[in-house]
Design a protein around this ligand. Sequence first.
Ligand code: BGC
Length: 546
Amino acid sequence: MPLEKDEPWYKHAIIYQAHVRTFYDSNGDGIGDFPGLDEKLDYLVDLGINTIWLMPFFPSPLRDDGYDIADYYSVHSSYGTLEDFKKFLVSAHERRIRVIIEMVLNHTSDQHPWFQESRSSQENPRRDWYVWSSTDARYHEARIIFLDTEMSNWAWDPVSKSYYWHRFFSHQPDLNYDNPAVREEIWNVMKFWLEMGVDGFRLDAVPYLVEREGTNCENLPETHAILKELRRKLDEQFPGKMLLAEANQWPADLRPYFADGDEFHMAFHFPLMPRMFMGVKLEDRKPITEILQQTPEIPPSCQWCLFLRNHDELTLEMLTDIERDYMNDSYAQDKAMRLNLGIRRRLATLLDNDRRRIELMNGMLMSLPGTPSIYYGDEIGMGDNINLGDRNGVRTPMQWSGGWNGGFSAADPEKLYAPLIQDPVYGFPAVNVLSQKRTQHSLLNWMGRLIAVRKTTHAFGSGSIEFLYPGNQRILAYVRQLGDEKILVVNNLSNAAQAVELDLRRYKGNILIEMFGKNIFPRVGELPYLLTLGPYQFYWFRLRRI
Ligand code: BGC
């Protein structure tokens, strides 16, 4: 479907989150690389996605899987060369796939030469590039994010005999954004990749750029001013490129990241995600309708980015204590599944490999207001490995086939950067792309159909939403509308068949066309519209006056 004039591309993006390391190893060293990702682009074309978000691929000691950057201007040697990246970018663009890369701007690795210089002496010209202090008592109102590993946001540097500030791991010192030279340099980094042709950035950990005494050091006006300045430069020099915010915050704190349409184009909707899992577990629409009602309007050029899973733990930060306990009791009975304030599992394992629930959740992902992001491997129902540390259990090699190393790599299995999933239910012999390509009703082929149907209308990407509140609380129903186009979505959040009466009087005279099979359902009249749905079933209907 051609994009309408003035419609920004990111409103109709279907994002696929990939990690070059985990995707496909072209040279048999046990680690995925850019030539490998390039080879697999047609797989992504077939799936129907049109945007890739790549996790960090820069030189790094990989103590946080690349979120600890040691050089912003190059590619990690295990993943290939800058030339390989450029080739991949050209191949993606040839297939009309846009590429969003990660920009970790809050912190660097402690191995970055900037930090090495900064710590070398108090007089070093780069001393002020990081946040130093003679005491660890400053900014004590700032919370600790990596609760399971860090005791403080300050770490002692034995070289320069002072403390440095870090919001994440202690090997990730925070850059000092009060220093104009830092701001300038980060823009130079962004320019470097934009000139190469990338289409946008996920800006990592944006709430934490600036610190101020007496605050929790999150979402400060000074931080917003810096982000706006980056956006201004982007618009001036690279119109059409996109900024996506990773700001794990409540809706009211998230809203300012869109400002007046002059800060971020997109932001992840962190509070919605766990509530979709809650709604399905509770068999009640309330958690979902409530959070969306509390979500403020955003400027017309802006867009939410929706997701079910990503490379991190399923974060429970944007929940109340009671809600968090419920999520942990429901989805992470085994304590090994918990990490920091979250759950380190994949979509299929969270949903007990229940195909109906996996479909329902993806149906909501694709029909609620926003742009969907799919985490690699979830389209085939890959599992996870909680025996691997940190978040590595959800970052195992992509399962391409039932053959050697699941088709991921020709290396000896011992050489792989991480073991493949091997258990009888989720292991690569049972769950892989090749076998799912062969069966018409596989999850992979179903995901392809879902994406194709989503793409038949712009109402999902840019339409309004209006909830219907039928008496049956187990049903989540809404109408998405863009101009004359109206889509009715009805989701059964429960494990049992349900009947529902919808008040569709304002659509009287319309017929309902079920969007997957294109079959016609009865015309809407005066009476409540009766539908029945099987367990976890959902419908997408086009409303048409014929
Ligand atoms: C990323 C994490 C990373 C952290 C520190 C995040 O929010 O998503 O994977 O560990 O930033 O860079």
